[in-house]
Design a protein around this ligand. Structure first.
Ligand code: 5GP
Length: 183
């Protein structure tokens, strides 16, 4: 794995955020990109840490200035990766991780074919549903939408360089560490 750009994708609710945060805790030399989004912050989320929370207008401004490496609409909100911090880190030979959705992963692969794409999968769709319900951050309609998107995202497994099943956080993180040759 020579690539310095790692994309971690996988359905909403699979635990990407938890896994990636644990990975950074163990390997603080990795740069975790902070995405921009137009969705409302969840109670525990901090601006500039979890996301840059932007208005629709601010987000579109970033798009038109070419400031986003990729962007996509997901479950009614916009999400995108700020270009500059990622490009700077890669230039300095630092490993960069993007935690993004499937549409974003595809855009990155197109513009930066050297990127290493990892899909984080749930042990089963039933388990994914259980995790999404347990997280309790979506209303029933949003939950149904996220589940439907999740099931279609899982079918794109073959587009990825590697697949990690998130049975539990510590085993998923250690699989990632091995895959990325960080041990
Ligand atoms: P959530 O609203 O649950 O935080 O995120 C919804 C989905 O958007 C997740 O699959 C998450 O990985 C994805 N996402 C987060 N940031 C970005 C981004 O910058 N670009 C893209 N394309 N997707 C993102």
């Amino acid at each position: 794995m020579k690539s310095k750009l790692v994309v971690l994708a996988g359905p909403s609710g699979v635990g990407k955020g938890t896994v990636v945060r644990e990975l950074i805790k163990q390997k603080p030399e990795i740069f975790l990109s902070v995405s921009a989004t137009t969705r409302q912050p969840r109670p525990e989320e901090i601006h500039d840490d979890h996301y840059m929370f932007l208005s629709e207008e601010e987000f579109q401004g970033e798009v038109s200035k070419g400031n986003l490496l990729e962007h996509a609409q997901f479950a009614g909100a916009w999400y995108g990766t700020p270009r500059k911090p990622v490009e700077e880190r890669i230039k300095n030979n630092q490993m960069v991780v993007l935690e993004i959705d499937l549409q974003g992963a595809r855009q990155v692969k197109k513009s930066m074919p050297e990127a290493f794409l990892v899909m984080l999968k749930p042990p089963s769709t039933e388990e994914l549903k259980r995790r999404l319900i347990q997280r309790g951050t979506e209303n029933p309609a949003e939950l149904e939408l996220r589940l439907a998107v999740a099931i279609s995202e899982l079918e794109a497994e073959f587009e990825f360089d590697a697949v990690v099943i998130n049975e539990d956080v510590s085993s998923a993180v250690s699989q990632l560490i091995t895959l990325l040759h960080l041990n």
